[in-house]
Design a protein around this ligand. Structure first.
Ligand code: PLP
Length: 673
């Protein structure tokens, strides 16, 4: 050190480290931020730093060891930021982003996928920029009243979540009102995520509540949010000086972006038809659900007042817009405005999120122009975000560089990992999971064992995911839970959408069972599922159960996270598992061909119980006095890693998008310039 750093310098560097969410996967930065006085797993480090008083700041600056670590991390971050290759050419737009539980701007799989996409794009050095909304209330926090879900919203302040004020705003006509949105920036490694926020002075009370909460409210509220996300989103990028060539619409929520793009083209002289061609050239769309109810379909009378300002200003008849946004299977008169159909009509390419989902989407959208050309890019997960740190250390030591980006040679070395190393880290994972469960009061102390076969199930309580499948054979389940020779324990978690009565009933049934004496304390439900609960479950569960009604699980990603952590899949052949199961790297629950839903469920419940009793438990516990888990179990875990490691990472996914989706779109867009 040649010059004395000032307190302001040191705190500014620390603040930048906290505001760049690279710490969510870069362990040296996370460990450094943990050393700040007052650091807590429940508080964003930016908030911890903001709360430091003068004395605490002085203490930090006086700690030579700490300031050296700050400098080292800061320089490392700058070096990473300096690898940026130029202005972003691809804009990634999504209604939700899940980067860490400390920035609660996600509801589930879609948002976490979006967060993982940004992290992998940063790792790969992609020229990508992202756009979303900032929700002051986030998504609801789940509690329990008896066995029923309760919902509560907190209020989050952007400064306390590491967001940076760009001092820029955009204004969008939302029905009869002009609504202004403030633009925040959130750094994710080399990727900037811009978030729009209408809760600012100057907007009407109605305008201010547009970005209040994620997935709450009625259709009209959704339309208002999506106008800000789509039209406001593109304007926001231009306001901060970015004009991407390609837009990636992560699900139909972002579709109004295309309206703004059409308007731009027409303003610069293109006819409506030319504007459509130019917009298509630079737009790519990812559909995420094969379930028609999962698609935004806005009723004509509800959406008309919101499309009218655009139609009037651009002199395009409303009927033309509605014609672009209907699918043959839409019912009702007049037909609704179908966001997925609209995105398909105006995107140059579209994809589903697994091979099977691609096929299903081609059928689902067969009647929409472009529907038969839907391809697929299978979802992946960001390895360093989701890997248990102990296991990441093992991989760093034994697999060498590249395992985290899916390098096949690196993953081959997983075949050599020692039995004891695998068993030791997995047992540590179970211990930590049990600790979290007990801390949250979800199990009686001592009821769960760190040595027992642990089965996990965590996902939204959407009815098609059938969280209650095992419970259909209740006696068999109770017998399993009473077995002290070969103990098995189940850990469940998940939220039901506040408006989904059936989902809530399903959840209550599962919680009821967990609380029953027959569950023997070995079937637990952890409330308030979030990324922290999820991480603990992946590290602590030996088997990951997934039993949706095929083919409704477009991809699923929780299983990929479990697999990378050494959990073995026990899953219906749906989504990602349908293409990655090789007969030996986990278990496939045999699907039933029965047309009757109740009979099919019973058949698949029986098949799942059979697998547990006849294959999974015997493999884990072995014969007689054999130590458990057996060598044969760890052999299967190794095989799980060598076969799945190269396939399930978000690095593989984002590289696929780069090569198969973005590059062709960039070329199309440039030809259209
Ligand atoms: C991975 C993840 C999901 C998505 O899991 P699916 O298997 O796709 O249902 C949802 N919520 C959290 C917190 C996750 O970590």
């Amino acid at each position: 050190m040649t010059s004395e750093p000032t307190t302001t310098d040191v705190i500014a560097r620390l603040t930048e480290l906290a505001r760049n969410h690279r710490w969510t996967w870069h362990r040296p930065a996370a460990e450094l931020l943990d050393r700040i006085p007052g650091a807590s797993p429940d508080r964003h480090p930016a908030a911890t730093i903001a709360a430091l008083d003068a004395d605490a700041r002085q203490t930090i600056v006086a700690d030579a060891d700490l300031t050296a670590a700050i400098d080292e991390n800061f320089d490392d971050l700058q070096a990473t930021l300096n690898t940026k290759s130029g202005p972003p050419t691809v804009a990634y737009v999504s209604a939700e982003f899940g980067l860490t539980e400390l920035v609660p701007q996600y509801s589930g799989g879609l948002g976490i996928l979006a967060g993982d996409h940004l992290k992998a794009a940063s790792d790969l050095g992609l020229p990508l920029v992202a756009v979303g909304l900032f929700y002051h209330g986030g998504f609801f926090r789940q509690g329990l009243d008896g066995s029923n879900q309760t919902e509560r919203y907190e209020r989050y302040e952007p400064h306390n979540l590491g967001l940076v004020d760009t001092n820029q705003t955009v204004t969008v006509a939302v029905g009869a009102e002009d609504v202004t949105a403030k633009i925040w920036r959130l750094a994710v490694g080399t990727i900037d995520l811009y978030l729009l926020d209408t809760d600012i002075p100057g907007n009407s009370p109605d305008g201010r509540t547009i970005t209040d909460r994620l997935y709450s409210g009625d259709q009209e509220h959704r339309i208002r949010q999506e106008l800000i996300l789509g039209i406001g989103g593109l304007r926001a990028l231009r306001a901060v000086g970015i004009d991407p060539d390609v837009v990636h619409l992560n699900e139909g929520h972002a579709g109004f972006w295309l309206l703004e793009q059409l308007a731009t083209k027409m303003t610069s002289g293109a006819s409506f038809e030319e504007a459509i061609e130019a917009t298509k050239a630079g737009a790519v769309f990812t559909t995420h659900t094969p379930v028609p109810a999962g698609i935004d379909r806005f009723k004509q009378p509800v959406i008309t007042p919101y499309l009218t300002p655009w139609a009037t200003e651009n002199d395009v008849p409303l009927t033309t817009l509605f014609d672009l946004a209907t699918s043959a299977d839409d019912t009702g008169t007049p037909k609704p405005f179908n966001m997925a159909a609209f995105c398909l009509a105006l995107s140059g390419s579209a994809n589903g999120v697994s091979k099977l989902h691609g096929r299903i989407s081609r059928e689902l959208f067969a009647a929409v122009p472009g529907g038969d050309a839907i391809t697929s890019v299978t979802n992946g997960i960001h390895a360093r975000t989701w890997l248990d740190p102990q296991l990441a250390d093992v991989f760093d030591t034994h697999l060498g560089a590249g395992w985290d980006v899916g390098d096949e040679q690196a993953w081959k070395l997983a075949a050599e990992l020692e039995h004891d190393t695998i068993v030791g880290t997995r047992q540590q994972g179970r211990r930590q999971l049990i600790e979290l469960i007990e801390e949250r009061g979800a199990a009686k102390s001592g009821a769960l064992s760190p040595d027992a076969l642990t089965v996990g199930f965590a996902r939204r309580f959407a009815t098609y995911k059938r969280a209650d499948l095992l419970l259909l054979l209740r006696t068999r389940l109770e017998t399993l839970l009473a077995d002290d020779d070969r103990p098995i324990q189940f850990v469940f978690a998940g939220k039901a959408h506040p408006a989904d009565g059936d989902g809530k009933a399903l959840m209550a049934a599962v919680v009821d069972f967990a609380h029953s004496s027959e569950a023997n304390g070995r079937f637990v439900f952890i409330p308030d599922y979030d990324m922290a609960v999820a991480r603990a479950m992946y590290a602590g569960c030996d088997v990951w159960l997934n039993n949706p009604i095929r083919p409704r699980e477009a991809s699923g990603t929780s299983g990929e996270k479990s697999a990378l952590n050494g959990g073995l899949q026990c899953s219906i052949l749906d989504g990602w598992w349908d293409e990655m199961y090789d007969g030996d790297n986990g278990w496939a629950i045999p699907g039933s061909e029965l047309a009757d839903a109740a009979k099919r469920d019973l058949a698949e419940a029986t098949a799942t119980h059979d697998l547990l009793e006849n294959e999974i438990l015997p493999l884990f516990y072995g014969e007689g006095a054999e130590p458990s888990p057996t060598d044969r179990w760890t052999q299967k875990v190794r095989h799980n890693w060598t076969t799945l490691g190269p396939q399930v990472t978000a690095a593989r996914m984002v590289a696929d998008y780069r090569d198969r989706v973005y590059e062709p779109a960039l070329e199309r867009a440039r030809r259209h310039h």
